[in-house]
Every structure is written in structure tokens, then in C-alpha cells.
Design a protein around this ligand. Sequence first.
Ligand SMILES: [Zn+2]
Length: 475
Amino acid sequence: MSASLRRLSVAVCLVSAAMPLRAQPTSPSANQRFAREIYQEMIETNSSTTTMGTTILAQAMAKRFREAGFPESDIFMGGVRADKHNVVLRYHGKGGANGPKPLLLLAHLDVVEALKSDWSPDLDPFKLTEREGYFYGRGVSDDKAQAAAFVANIIRLKQEGYVPDRDIIVALTADEEGGCCNGARWLMANHTALVDAGVVINEGAFGYLKNGKPQANTVEATQKVVATFTVTAKNPGGHSSLPRPDNAIFQLAAGLARFAQYAFPVELNPVTRAYFEETAKVESPEIATAMRAIVKHTNDAAASAVLSRDPLYNSTLRTTCVPTMMKGGHATNALPQTAEVSVNCRMVPTAKPADVRAAIVKAFADTGLEVSAASGREPPAPSPLLPEVMGPIESLTKEFWGNIPVIPVMQTGATDAIPWRALGVPSYGVSGIMVDMSDFRAHGRDERLFVKSFYEGQEFLYRLTKALTTAKTVP
Ligand SMILES: [Zn+2]
């Protein structure tokens, strides 16, 4: 997942450095031991994006499916590149071809690179270490806990003789972290029928702990979309000993100074409205009041000002565009002929790239500056917060952690849900894995996850899979 779900709230962020341990289950059940064994196999197969590991891991999971009695015809292995294979399993329900469309459980097998020399000397990123209530290893949180839970759960369901009312698909994919084109998008484009689903459960959201106590569970239901524009000033240039008032660097800098004053208007969607409504329940009074006010009136400038002080809330309120790179001039003793800046935008899913470009043009307020064309991709619409999906998530959340809110979130980064959402398939990031966001180490050094959270997530996803394949009303 991306780095966007940094934390739930300021309150959660300010947790003290003393990290309480989560109590471990007294003795893991047979199902837990089985999930741990799969998790260990996943962590200890180095599937960082430049290795063959993704294919080796996909083969290992296919072997587990075969050993569990799934027929070869229900297991697909493949990919455009030999080192980036995907594995897809189909578990047949009683609906058949005329029944409801399948539930797709989606997780990625690849991980971000990790160098042993960058980690603490007593940890190896590609060995699963269990110590003091934590699992350590590359991918323990992103995304191998969820991937291992899906594999363990689907085998458990088969052993239990469970007959779902629709097919269940497990897709374990390559290329979520490093590439673009060999994983989920490739499957969707080349094997559409294999992964065609009525609803998708994917990574991209966690539950939140504060001082070891559960605060909220979250469900990712929409994402921002990236677009980068280049703004260029051009000038005939000349000798630097004869400066003139028209100078490409001055011209661009003046435009940037105007652009710095610009903020896109607040633009909420059903997911971000629900996000602010639910987050208000666990925020400080000042922030909570501003959240409730902005949901009522998106043009409430005072509420927007309060929330915009926080980078995550600001990014959730609106499209953001920020200069990220500059270059200009060609010699220290020449007047610059060009000066340009990259403006990186994170568009809310209801934004149109052409409108975002028009806003940039207006904010720079200089017709002499060139602004590059908008990129072609339109953001997919948010997934609707369907009661048939949110209902089971809410009741399971209560069952597991008591009376805490379920908060729908908009990822400010990206996951593999995009190709399904683009086709209008309701897709949700949800894991039931509790993390402390002040200690979130995905993609980083000494990545770790609470042992208890791993087993809770496994059981949460098991029960959610059942809940979403027994109710006739789920799409
Ligand atoms: Zn991920």
C-alpha cells in the first residue's frame, strides 16, 4: 500500500514512545499455526521486485492449493514476464454461472526491496522473526499478512466443506510495489473472466491502536489519482552581463509565488464525508467541530482552515498540487532560456484533469508561461459504501474490538483496486489488522506487525469472507 494512511488522527499520532505489547494468544490454534507457516514461507521467499521471488512464491502457493485438493483446472499461474508470475485460485460456490458474481480476495506477493545491512544487526528482512509480541520481516505488514490469511482461510474453508453462495477467487499478484504491468492490471486486461468479480476485498486499510487500545477500524473505498504538470518559462536569453527585466527564472518564480497562495476548493465525496463524520467521534473537540461543519457546508472557510493545518486532513479535503522539482538556465554566465517546474497533483476522484490544469493556469496568472497538457487518466469513482458490505464489517468490528467506529477512507496513494473500480466493481481495502500508526514501518527498516494483530486479521478476514458469500444481497 502507499504511504497515505499514516495515521488516523492527531491524537493517535501523539502516542507516547513507550509501545505497549499486545497480548499474544496463549497457544495458537491449528488454523493459526497453519497461517503462520504460510506467512513464514512468504516472508522467507525474497519477492522484492528485482528478484525471481514473486514467481517462486506464486508456485509455492499453487502447490499448497493442489495439496489442499483444489483441481489443477481451478488454479491459474501466469504473467507476462517469467520473474513476475501471478497465481489465481477459483473456489466454486453453488451459484454457478447464473449465480451472483464472485467475491475476489486480492493481495500482492511482491515487496519493496530491503537490504540486510540497513536493518538492525539481529534481524534479517527475509527471515520471519517472532519476538516480544511482534513479527519482523519485509512484507509482514505490506502485504504478506493479508496474502497469507487469504491462502490459509481458503484452504480452511475447503477443509470445512464450506459451500459459498458464489465463487470465491483468490488472486495473488506481482508488481504492485515496483512495476506497473505484470500484476493486477495484466490479469484484468488479459484474463478478464478469471478475475471478473462482483465485489473485491483488497489491502489498503488497517485498524488503529492507541496505547495498545483499538480506536477504529478503517475501510478504503476510494483513492486519489496522480497527475504531474510541467510549467515552463521561455526566453531568448543572452549574456548575463546585460540583464533585462524579462528573465525566465524571475518570471517562473513570480508565477510560483502566486501559485503558493492557491488552494483547491474543498471537494468531498460519500467516502470522505463518512470519513470526517466517523473521525469526528474520536477527535479532539476543536477538530471534531470543524469536521462536522465541513460535512454540512463544504464552503465553511473557518472549518477548512482548522482542518487544513493537518496534512492528511488537508489532502482528504481537496485536490492538492505542489511544486516538486525545478530546473532552469544552461550556464552561470548566460541569461536563462528556459526555467521549468514540475507540479505534482493528487486529484480527488471526482476531479477532471482538464479542470485541474485550468486551475493551475489561473493560479500562475501569466499567459507567458506554458502549462503542459493534462494526463489522460480519469480517476475512477469511489466505491459505494454498500450496506451489504459495510454491515458485516461493522458487526465483525464490534464483535472483535467493541464499540469502535468503522471509518471509510480515501487513500491518498494507490493500490491495485484501481482497475476493478474503473469498471465499477465495488472494491474495498479492509484487513482487520490492528496497527499503531506511530510505529508504522511498511516499506521501511525493521518492518513489524503485532503477532496478535496477524491472528486477529486472519480470523476477521475468514469471517468476512463467509459473511460476503452467504448473504444473497451482496452484489
Ligand atoms: Zn501493498
